[in-house]
Write a protein that binds this ligand. Structure first.
Ligand SMILES: C[S@@+](CC[C@H](N)C(=O)[O-])C[C@H]1O[C@@H](n2cnc3c(N)ncnc32)[C@H](O)[C@@H]1O
Length: 269
């Protein structure tokens, strides 16, 4: 996938750092952004750095909005109400109880939608993300949120550990600070015609691909989790790694397969 790095002239000081982190040349542009995006070949994506932070744009989808980690805003904002989050399916699937602190390892952090809901529900959430581009969006979203007093307690409950979750889970299985719950939400190949898949998801998918190795996360997750592994799946998708969950929490747009490590056979290598 072709990725371009566009840096606004006013943010030129960040260009070298971003270039180094992504091993990509940076293109400095003077505002406005639209013509700068139009000047790029109409495929792949562009990571844009400007005064508002970092955002991803799909070049094959002209007019598609920026994709960024935005805690407490837009689609996520209305979900981050302390009284409302306990009704969220993921909170129920993780077995979060009021007044009891649950530690969660979110192995597939993405845009932090699930992680933010869990943090508002009172969980301490460690986040893993292996895509360097999405990792930069995560760091940028957390940095901007730190500056907002109303998001302080939420940000304090999120800890980002960039890199592949599989290695982190394998190490956690022998650590003192094993998480109560491991959450897995790998990408799933969309069968719908691409026009039907939300634009934001298309942008996201064009950068991270399809997580074809997702099955390999389940066993390390079962070994690392003290109490539960929760796998988010589309409604018709087979269970991860073909392994039967102990129970399922059905949501409106998908389901959560819940595994109780104590009940699961884990002899395979
Ligand atoms: C569907 S998205 C997750 C969305 C996320 N639950 C949210 O609420 O925004 C899947 C993400 O998991 C990441 N991912 C997949 N496998 C991973 C692994 N083994 N280690 C770390 N990140 C992984 C992908 O790069 C992608 O960003």
């Amino acid at each position: 996938m072709a990725l371009h790095l566009l840096v606004a002239e006013s943010c030129g000081a960040q260009a070298a750092d971003l270039s180094r982190q992504l091993s990509l040349p940076s293109i400095i542009y003077s505002s406005p952004l639209k013509p700068a995006l139009k000047a790029l070949p109409p495929e792949g994506a562009a990571l844009v750095c400007d005064e508002t932070g970092l955002a991803l744009y799909a070049l094959s989808l002209p007019g598609s909005g920026p994709v960024r980690v935005e805690l407490g805003e837009g689609a996520l904002g209305w979900r981050l109400d302390e009284a409302k989050v306990r009704h969220e399916m993921i909170v129920k699937a993780c077995g979060v109880r009021p007044g009891v602190m649950t530690t969660v390892f979110d192995a597939t952090a993405g845009l932090l939608r699930d992680a933010a809901v869990l943090a508002v529900a009172g969980c301490q959430v460690r986040l893993a993300e292996r895509s360097p581009v999405i990792g930069l969006l995560v760091e940028d979203g957390l940095r901007r949120a730190v500056g907002r007093p109303e998001l302080q307690s939420l940000v304090a409950r999120l800890r980002f550990c960039p890199g592949d979750a599989r290695q982190q889970l394998e190490a956690l299985a022998f650590a003192d600070d094993r998480p109560d719950v491991v959450v897995l939400d790998p990408m799933f190949p969309h069968r719908e015609k691409s026009a039907l898949v939300k634009k934001e998801m298309q942008v996201f998918q064009s950068v991270v691909g399809e997580d074809a190795d997702a099955d390999a996360l389940l066993l390390p997750a079962l070994r690392a989790a003290r109490k539960r592994v929760v796998v988010k799946r589309p409604r018709q998708a087979p269970p991860l790694d073909g392994r039967k969950p102990d129970f399922v929490v059905e949501g409106k747009s998908g389901r959560f397969d819940v595994y109780l490590p104590a009940n699961q056979q884990m002899d395979s290598p």
